[in-house]
Design a protein around this ligand. Sequence first.
Ligand SMILES: NC(=O)c1ccc[n+]([C@@H]2O[C@H](COP(=O)([O-])OP(=O)(O)OC[C@H]3O[C@@H](n4cnc5c(N)ncnc54)[C@H](OP(=O)(O)O)[C@@H]3O)[C@@H](O)[C@H]2O)c1
Length: 243
Amino acid sequence: MAEQRIALVTGANKGIGLAVARGLLALGLVVYLGCRDPENGRRAAASLEDLAPGARSVRLDVTEAASITAAFDRLDREEGVLDILVNNAGIVGPLDPPSASSMQGLRETYETNVFGVVAVTNAMLPLLRRSPAGRIVNLTSDLGSLTLASADPSFPQLLAYNSSKTALNAITVTYANELRSDGILVNAVSPGSVATDQNGHRGELTPDQGARLPIRFATLPQHGPTGTAVTAGSDLEERPLPW
Ligand SMILES: NC(=O)c1ccc[n+]([C@@H]2O[C@H](COP(=O)([O-])OP(=O)(O)OC[C@H]3O[C@@H](n4cnc5c(N)ncnc54)[C@H](OP(=O)(O)O)[C@@H]3O)[C@@H](O)[C@H]2O)c1
């Protein structure tokens, strides 16, 4: 068993994922940066070298079963355990409202934001179960909140993205209930509105600010919450995210 805590962050070559990796490294963890493009992964890991020696890039496309299996094999061989899984990889998908949505756009969005999370989580569970304190953080969005959407007729109408994050919230609660007895805490964290490629850098927070809540939930103490959803406001304070 490794002595240092081991983390895997998906979609870690840029944006919030890279900032989460940076923050976990600063806490002294070994961090595997899951990146679908190996060259981007190498560059991202190299950019963190000055901070700590524990950054490793691993090829991981969350929609590709073979790459998930290969990432599991490598972590199993090199570490034998995984303490933290941050399911960060996500796409915004088509910006279409429901009436203009294509099935292809919906399927592509769900492949990454929904099925990708389940596939990576299930693949990594044998390693997480070997941890004394497994933690799973799923990057959700305020746009997945049914409560917020139903209270506001002008709520953004992105069918694919919003509903994929709603599904992710349901998935989070279901895993939390199953894994409670293993001591694995599973939570959905919305980083707030963060300036990244995903939104043309129009968010209010920097990636490092957006990474704060995911990092907090990735490093929860033993009796921390599970099956919850939280969000960060522009003041960076943590609030419950209504389902
Ligand atoms: N930015 C916000 O305000 C905001 C708000 C709420 C929730 N979020 C969520 O936070 C997460 C990170 O978003 P971000 O803003 O940092 O977006 P981003 O800058 O666009 O980064 C997305 C990351 O996901 C990766 N990715 C996409 N598809 C993938 C796949 N099939 N396999 C592996 N990696 C894949 C991307 O890799 P490539 O570089 O190869 O494309 C990239 O590394 C997402 O889940 C997003 O929905 C963001």
